[in-house]
Design a protein around this ligand. Sequence first.
Ligand SMILES: Cc1ncc(COP(=O)(O)O)c(C=O)c1O
Length: 421
Amino acid sequence: MSASTLDVPTTTRRSFGNAVGLTCRACGARQELGPFYACIECFGPLEVRYDFPTITREQIEAGPKSIWRYQPLLPVPADIAAIPNTDPGFTRLVKADNLARELGIKTLWVKDDSGNPTHSFKDRVVAVALSAARELGKTVLACPSTGNLANAVAAAAARAGIRSVVFIPENLERPKVITTAVYGGTLVAVRGNYDDVNKLASEIAGEEEDWAFVNVNVRPYYAEGSKTLAYETAEQLGWRLPEQVVIPVASGSQLTKVDKGFTELGELGLVEPTPYRIFGAQATGCSPVAQAFRDGHDVVRPVKPDTIAKSLAIGNPADGPYVLDTCRRTGGAVEDVSDDEVRDGIQLLARTEGIFAETAGGVTIATLKKLLETGQLDPDAETVVFNTGDGLKTLDAVADRVGPAATIDPSYPDFVAADLA
Ligand SMILES: Cc1ncc(COP(=O)(O)O)c(C=O)c1O
């Protein structure tokens, strides 16, 4: 059965706000809204297209303190804020003066998405995917995941009162396994890496018509959730675009959607459409996009991941070519850093700003440092880096490097003897 002939159940509400259709990112062909994710002409990836009404800053500012303040810019119904969801977003934008001083950069901000309900940016994309799943009449929320998505899907499904089935590589960090299983859905550990898990999920998605795999068969809607990172950043800067952003890359979806979000804000007159440069960050043990960028290639050659940054360990990134295009078009770059640099990055951010990032954040901070050292990033341009996950999920990454300065008896002489005063 071709994608366009799939029957949509009549019970489906199919309200997608101001979204009017889907467009192929490869050939530009247009399709109607529905449970479609591949172009019927060329099998390219689809993305959501809108017919935006006039939207003012005041309307947005009067909205809920969550991603739903941007409802008119997302493929979700007008009453979305009233429907049970995890209501992520509106995370803090931290002025990182101490880190800026240490790195020799003038103005630096950290958009800290560890403050989301399950402590990563994935709550944003899952909230939009859950809405799409409902509108499309799907009854099970599912995903292949490198860890954070597992947390977000299990939590969102629990809150929505529907079943979740989450597939993870069996070697995931233990905290991510526990913080998925606790929500009570079905958790399946698969013998293989993320790319194996993803392949299995695509096969199951082709068979189980009632299942919404958030990042497979409802991916066009899911991906739109990442635009809210761009909207919030601009709003929190006082309705301005930053000059440079550094974003971690796994599938590359987040990076390309932040670009889409900045562009839309300019087109809608919500910000001055000033130029910005987008930089991608990867770990050397899984850096297919950084390698292609360096080699000047348009295609991304898949790799077998081997890095402590497991949340970014996608060896065959779906949006890899679009990341290359976005970074080249905006005058940015894609760089990679070693696992030791990732650990250094985690500690640097924690020591200077009191923000404990997971390994993906370590990748981002270490890449920021490298981009500055190699002269690729302008130290005088206003820069935002995205911390997309919480360090409590990847404690092992720095466990060997930190600990008490001394272990003493509860006596003042012992304290004095330890020479800590
Ligand atoms: C913490 C964290 N940051 C960034 C990413 C990258 O996301 P994307 O697949 O959109 O590139 C992931 C992906 O799982 C993640 O878990």
